[in-house]
Design a protein around this ligand. Sequence first.
Ligand code: MEV
Length: 311
Amino acid sequence: MEIGTGKSYAKIILIGEHAVVYGEPAIALPVKSIGLSARVAPLPDGRQEVTSAFFNGDLNAGQLTNFAGIAMLIRRLLVFFDATDQGFHLTITSALPSERGMGSSAATAVAVVRAFYDAFQTALTRTALLNWADISEKALHGNPSGLDAATASAEKPQWFVRGKSLRSIMMPRNGVLLIADTGIAGQTKIAVDLVARKLKQEPKVYRPLITDIGTAVRQAALALAQDDIITLGQLLNRDQTDLAALGVSSPELDRLINVALDHGAYGAKLTGSGMGGCMIALAAEDQAATIIQALKAANAVKVWEYHFETK
Ligand code: MEV
């Protein structure tokens, strides 16, 4: 084993969360300004240690809690590399807030897998990377679509259909996305399980919402291709209406969404699994400062500005 490093990014789902679990398409963006990196270095004495925001200490002795999925992933990587007795120190440095819908668990998995493959000097395909990330995502979320890891490992915005399609998609030439954190933790497993329960109990009520989200995502792809951010904004609003009807919005998300719309955003919605976490607003560049100020005044704990990359 050598020293190995790996990186990944925060992800923002532009449109299509939740429905993507059931085979509808989604569009998501890697946020390169909010990154995560992993560095693994061999230790001579067999200790397997981690330094991170989620867990610190000996992987085989500590209370792992929400690091258990990543620990399982690491153990399987060590079996794969025939190195179960290998000592190492893994350091994870992250600018991503956790449990805010920005994909921190998937980003951690992606960077960790990349770091171990680098340490064992082995080439890693995208498919293998996403299969590895699925191990910890399944442990944490139960039924992940794979969208989070696909986006956390991408360099460009992604069009994603579970198990079928993953490709880059062009963003509009103008407009800006504002990302605001409600400061409330939202757990993906709870939200995904809630939607699953509702679909099972009342399919006639909830299935059409999933289908409508899929339709809105396809129309959003067309709006993107036509550089039509006004239509895109309307589709984000329609998506938010569907997500709220599925029960995954929250009063804090609704409040920030309404503030953004009241201050001129073209559209606004929750992003990620919801029930807390972050919202996004699509706005004209010259409207951004006003909306940011209003979101902060409405108690957003943090607001990020995301400028579309058009190449
Ligand atoms: C979570 O970031 C996105 C969800 O659609 C779940 C998933 O795709 O696995 C809610």
